[in-house]
Design a protein around this ligand. Structure first.
Ligand SMILES: [Zn+2]
Length: 334
């Protein structure tokens, strides 16, 4: 019964996406298209996913199962059936495709990026103290997910520009690097520039229903990877924090729709994405209710320095996919 209800929700969610008003679509296109010289955060992961789900019934079935098991896990946690003890360590493979010396990111910069992931997911980031008092009680704390660099694969190529639509960077037959055992490793591809639609994007990720598939993993454009030498205001390694969030089943905090649903109860509903560095408190009104929104969440679009927290509800979703029964249970350091 639960599955049926969830399925109905998902169908209505997808049809709501399709029936967005023209004005809304135009507004979104403006937000997502980034043709100027100044980079702006834009992440098409959910949009890419929707296209894949709508054209692939098998993937849609996995998506429905994923959300059902996520909901079950959250209920089990509430009932005390699952003990959220111990950490999961995820082995990481970084695939570097470079056509210039600057794109060939150093081992030190890769280590720096892994360190950012470990700090952000453990809530030991130096800016964790900035969480406003009203959100401290729903802060995730340690998500109990750690990251260990297993391997760096480097390949000299002749282009800086890679399509976020074809995933060419993820296949050697199209000039890229094949994923290393994607059911067992988090693969991250670092490429000079990611072209998506009419613009470019900082990064994108696959969600857990793609676990183990050839294209499973995270892609990040070189200027937004790591810290040293990265491009302000996305130079604190948080593009990876955000994209790995998707990889571990987190949605954008506004649910990719006006006053949308991110399937997390403790993140206040907000009208849309936030950019730049908003001043706290920032109020949004949805369905007549005014709320202070959690723009400092890693799953919003704000600058790297303006994001510094996951919520407890997001932690529950993360833990459900890496748990022994979860869709990413294969990710273990052996
Ligand atoms: Zn995103």
């Amino acid at each position: 019964m639960k599955k049926l209800v969830l399925g109905a929700f998902i169908l209505s969610f997808l049809s709501a996406c399709n029936s967005d008003s023209v004005a809304n679509q135009n507004e979104e296109a403006e937000n997502k298209t980034n043709t100027g010289t100044t980079a702006a955060r834009m992440c098409p992961s959910e949009e890419i996913r929707n296209k894949a789900l709508q054209s692939n019934p098998e993937l849609m079935q996995k998506f429905v199962q994923l959300e059902a098991s996520t909901e079950n896990f959250a209920n089990d946690l509430k009932l005390g059936k699952v003990l959220a003890d111990g950490s999961v360590e995820i082995p990481v493979v970084v695939n570097v495709l470079y056509s210039t010396a600057a794109e060939n990111v150093s081992d030190a910069r890769i280590a720096e990026q892994i360190d950012v992931l470990n700090k952000d997911y453990a809530a030991t980031n130096t800016d964790i103290g900035k969480i406003p008092t009203e959100f401290q009680s729903v802060s995730a704390g340690d998500t109990k997910v750690k990251f260990l660099l297993s391997k760096v694969v480097r390949k000299s190529v002749t282009t800086s520009s890679w399509s976020g639509t074809t995933d060419a960077m993820k296949k050697s037959s199209t000039g890229g690097i094949d994923a290393t055992s994607p059911a067992n490793y988090l693969n991250i591809w670092v490429v000079g520039k990611i072209v998506y639609g009419a613009g470019t994007t900082l990064g994108y990720a696959t969600f857990p229903e793609s676990s183990g598939l050839w294209n499973d993993g995270v892609v990040i454009a070189t200027p937004f990877f790591g810290k040293t030498g990265a491009a302000s205001p996305y130079n604190l390694g948080r593009t990876a924090t955000h994209e790995v969030g998707h990889y571990l089943n987190l949605r954008h905090i506004w649910g990719d729709a006006k006053c949308g649903n991110d399937l997390v109860a403790d993140t206040p509903t907000q009208t849309g994405s936030n950019g730049g560095s908003p001043a706290y408190p920032l109020y949004n009104r949805c369905n007549g209710v005014k709320r202070s929104v959690m723009f400092m969440n890693y799953m919003d679009y704000v600058n790297d320095a303006a994001m510094y927290m996951f919520s407890a509800g997001q932690k529950s979703r993360i833990q459900s996919v890496v748990a022994a029964s979860g869709s990413r249970a294969g990710l273990r350091v052996l």
